[in-house]
Design a protein around this ligand. Structure first.
Ligand code: GLN
Length: 478
């Protein structure tokens, strides 16, 4: 078997068995990255450091040492800080920023023996759904280079689809792991809010941000989650998750899955995606799942709530980028306010400026009650409705995105682009865990099925995800 065709778990088994070395696996990824450089999945490739880390992993193995990801090549989204490795957030503002420390998740990856092959491309400051907001060029979808990979973790999803790494870290504030996973045909897990430490994640909207994973299958996602999750003193919002299961069975017999009427009663949902989703529901039913319908009325308000709240939080979080402490400073400034204005004008991209402006607007006196406060109240309603729907079932299922990956340049209207998050944002608003898994295709591109679970039931949703992928193989002979 070609090394690059293995899943992460298969690679770990092969490394343990001695059939493959980390040096070989890492070289295979680095070569693939070079051969497919045109995809632009990476902002920084760490060729020398990765080669060194792989050699050290092989030495540790030879001494009989073991660690869960010892020698496994992985990639990290470029908004997660890495000690000594440039971390740009895909912004010109941070083009020269070399962090002096590792994010907790990076420390955990290293402690588990993983080899970091590079930092992945993304939408600037994680704001976007197509990766076209990167200051480092667009990413081309590995399955069809005329299309986008989704966003904002587009590089992370794409590098897994292109076999440039065995897994990647992403971040998800409103869908940025799950939506690109759907567009690239990989598995994207957004864990429960607080399950994985965000220390060292460059903040976008702190009440919504969550680090998670992009992998080839659900077992790989579970293996990564076990390494990454846990309480971290340096992130006050982090929690102790429960013990996750040892294995996934992919068994949905007797499980109740809920679909909200509002998910399907919309003209925003593409017919091809609708058909693929319905086929997935059928297949799950054949495997013994019970399908239940519910109503989540506040679903329609979720996008507006998300763009008010995330903008407000972003405008506050991004105030630190002022040309003084972090990143670039514009030249020829003659006062402190001149530094702020010129640096922000020159180094922030258009979408980031749009978010900062709308965020400041909704927080300003006179508008606060009408926008921010109102959105916060509706947030509570959305959360209650999702919790209530979950009360009577094992998981809620939906399409991950209303369409397949759009063509490059096709989405020039930001408001249309925002629609691609309609199924994913309510999950961040509610703090729940969700996974996107591929099932079938439409317009020649993969379709994602989203499985939303109760807090800390990552084990449960990954198990259902595994069943969806088994059914996909059965139905589509994939
Ligand atoms: N596409 C959404 C946005 O632009 C979500 C981004 C994210 O999850 N980081 O805000």
């Amino acid at each position: 078997m070609d090394i690059l065709d293995m899943t992460l778990c298969e690679l770990v088994a092969a490394l343990d068995g001695g059939g493959v070395s980390s040096t070989e696996a890492t070289a295979a990824c680095l070569n693939r990255i070079k051969d497919t450089q045109g995809l632009n999945s990476f902002i920084t490739v760490c060729e020398d450091a990765a080669t060194d880390a792989a050699r050290r992993a092989d030495e540790r193995r030879a001494r009989g040492e073991r660690a869960p990801l010892l020698g496994v090549p992985v990639a990290v989204k470029d908004n997660i800080v890495t000690d000594g490795i440039r971390t740009t957030c895909a912004s010109k503002f941070l083009q020269n920023f070399v962090p002096p420390y590792d994010a907790t998740v990076v420390q955990k990856l290293k402690a588990a023996g993983a080899v970091i092959v590079g930092k992945t491309n993304m939408d600037e400051f994680a704001m976007g759904s197509t990766n076209e907001n990167s200051a480092y060029g667009v990413v081309k979808n590995a399955l069809d280079p005329a299309r986008v990979p989704g966003g904002s973790s587009g590089g992370s999803a794409n590098c897994v689809a292109a076999r440039q790494a065995f897994a990647a870290l992403g971040s998800d504030t409103g869908g940025s792991i799950r939506q690109p996973a759907a567009y690239c045909g990989v598995v994207g897990l957004k864990p429960t809010y607080s399950a994985v430490s965000r220390y060292g994640l460059i903040a976008f909207a702190s009440s919504l941000d969550q680090i998670g994973t992009l992998t080839r299958d659900c077992d790989d996602a579970l293996a990564m989650l076990k390494v990454l999750s846990g309480k971290d003193e340096r992130d006050a919002t982090s929690a102790c998750p429960p013990a996750y299961p040892d294995i996934l069975r992919g068994d949905v017999r007797g499980k109740t899955l809920c679909i909200a009427d509002e998910f399907l009663n919309t003209d925003k949902l593409d017919d091809g995606v609708r058909a693929a989703f319905e086929a997935a529901v059928d297949a799950l039913q054949k495997r013994g799942a019970v399908i239940k319908r519910a109503s989540i009325k506040s679903f329609a308000a979720a996008l507006s709530v998300y763009y008010v709240l995330s903008g407000a939080e972003a405008s506050s979080n991004l105030a630190r980028f002022d040309g003084v402490k972090y990143g670039m400073r514009a030249e020829g400034c003659d006062s402190i306010s001149d530094i702020y204005v010129k640096s922000r004008t020159e180094f922030f991209g258009a979408e980031v400026k749009r978010r900062i402006m709308t965020g400041n607007y909704v927080l300003s006196s006179g508008y606060y009650d009408a926008y921010y406060l109102k959105a916060s109240k509706i947030r509570t309603v959305i959360k209650k409705e999702f919790y209530a729907a979950l009360d009577g079932c094992d998981a809620i299922i939906s399409p991950t995105a209303p369409t397949v990956a759009p063509k490059l340049g096709e989405q020039s209207d930001p408001h249309k682009t925002y629609l691609s998050d309609m199924y994913t944002v309510p999950v961040n608003i509610s703090g729940l865990p969700a996974v996107s898994v591929p099932f079938g295709a439409a317009h020649g591109m993969p379709v994602g099925v989203q499985i939303i679970g109760k807090c800390f039931d990552e084990g449960g949703i990954l198990d259902i995800g595994k069943a969806v992928m088994l059914a996909d193989r059965e139905v589509h002979n994939a």
